[in-house]
Design a protein around this ligand. Structure first.
Ligand code: FCB
Length: 411
């Protein structure tokens, strides 16, 4: 056992677990990703996923019973607006029932408006590059505000920096000459190779505009705290490569963080860290400790991520909206999360203002083309949809109830 001090967290700290609609609901047939799944060679299909569209009450119960106090989930644009300008009242009522189920269970709903997927019609109209993109998104957000009463936390767009990469990956699936190897946004290659191309800045700027438009609508129509969540790169710098890092950090991350100035919070999402040298970002070395998405095992990435975010955005409170590990070994998940929470507490001790920690993911879910990388606190039988909590769920719930990482967490 390693001797460590007890780490306490502030009163009212959010302790949660997260999901995203396309990854858990099932049969999201009007979405762009559903269509894209058919075009990606070797990709698994989402299919029924985990049937959370019908089993959300059970998912929320698992959160509540574990001791966690927050559930981050998304609402699906393709269901709410299956055709341009046609809003489904039934879909809105469905998501309102999810919010009510959280509130009834004493769980804080943390609602994501856009988590990677858009309606298929939106993609066909030109998607995020299209002329009407921001107006289309604004209209969807206007429809969504009608069900957000009593919701305190709203994330407009999840990981716009990854979304920008996914827009390009989607285009590549339509163009056989694009030469972009498809892997999924989160899965790295099994041999070291050049890192993915950077998020295209022009798409990034468009997403910034969409975020600001959504923020105005949400501030006008709800009482929620509004922000967005950025995928942290947690870059580390080889000697002499500071300038290279700063340049890369801007296109990969800071463009999106700077757009969160004036937001009510910023979501930090961190999984691993990566070195930047004079030649740019270094691929994750192949190593037996690597996670199931082939990234380096770096529990300390979360500390690097929140410190960098606080440097770019002084005065904007942080919520860790995702952190976790793809592993088949649940004890390793607990060890990783313990390390991540320790790094988080240390950064908070040094003055970084963090309001909550939301683990990715509540459930072993559809990892954008792959079912193998398991991030869940809960396993799911994909034929019966039976939920089987792993020991890590009770463990994280225990941390939440104590609002502290105690000595025994390190055993
Ligand atoms: C993030 C995504 C989330 C999931 C995790 C592993 O990039 O927001 O949907 O894929 O990574």
């Amino acid at each position: 056992m390693i001797e460590r001090p007890m780490r306490s967290f502030p009163d009212g700290f959010l302790w949660g677990a997260a999901t995203a609609p396309h990854q858990v609901e099932g049969n999201n047939v009007n979405s762009d990703f559903w269509a894209q799944e058919e075009r990606m060679p070797g990709a698994d299909r989402s299919g029924d996923a985990l049937d959370s569209y019908h089993r959300y009450a059970e998912d929320i119960r698992l959160v509540a019973e574990s001791g966690l106090n927050t559930y981050r989930f998304g609402i699906e644009w393709a269901r709410i607006e299956p055709a341009p300008g046609r809003v489904s009242r039934a879909a809105l009522a469905h998501y309102r029932r999810m919010i009510d189920a959280c509130l009834a269970a004493g769980v804080t709903p943390f609602v994501t408006i856009h988590h990677f997927t858009s309606p298929r019609w939106f993609a066909e109209e030109g998607g995020w590059r299209g002329e009407r993109a921001v107006d289309r998104f604004r209209a969807y957000v206007e429809a969504a505000t009608s069900i957000l009463g009593g919701v305190e936390w709203v994330c407009t767009i999840n990981e716009p920096n990854m979304l920008a990469i996914m827009v390009r990956e989607a285009e590549a699936t339509l163009d056989p000459d694009a030469g972009l190897e498809w892997l999924s946004p989160t899965l790295e290659a099994d041999t070291p190779r050049p890192v993915k191309p950077a998020p295209p800045v022009e798409i990034g700027r468009r997403l910034v505009e969409a975020h600001h438009a959504a923020r105005d609508v949400l501030r006008e129509g709800t009482d929620a705290r509004v922000g967005w969540s950025v995928a942290s790169r947690a870059f580390e710098t080889r000697p002499g490569a500071e300038e290279v890092r700063r340049r890369l950090e801007y296109v990969w991350e800071d463009l999106y963080l700077e757009a969160a100035r004036g937001d009510d919070f910023v979501g930090v999402q961190a999984y691993s860290a990566q070195w930047v040298g004079l030649d740019g970002i270094e691929p994750h070395p192949v190593h037996p400790d690597n996670t199931l998405v082939r990234t380096a095992y770096r529990p300390d990435a979360l500390g690097i991520a929140v410190r960098h975010t606080a440097d770019v955005l002084p005065g904007v409170p942080i919520v860790v909206t995702e952190n976790g590990i793809a592993t088949g070994d649940d004890a390793r998940r607990v060890a990783y999360t313990t390390g991540a929470l320790d790094a988080l507490a240390e950064a908070m001790g040094a003055g970084v203002d963090v309001r909550g920690y939301i683990h990715w993911s509540l459930l072993d879910n559809y990892e954008w083309g792959h079912w193998d990388p398991t991030f869940g606190l809960v396993a799911v039988d994909r034929e019966t949809f039976e939920r089987r909590p792993k020991p890590s769920l009770a463990w994280l719930g225990g941390v939440a109830k104590a609002n502290a990482l105690r000595d025994e967490a390190w055993r």
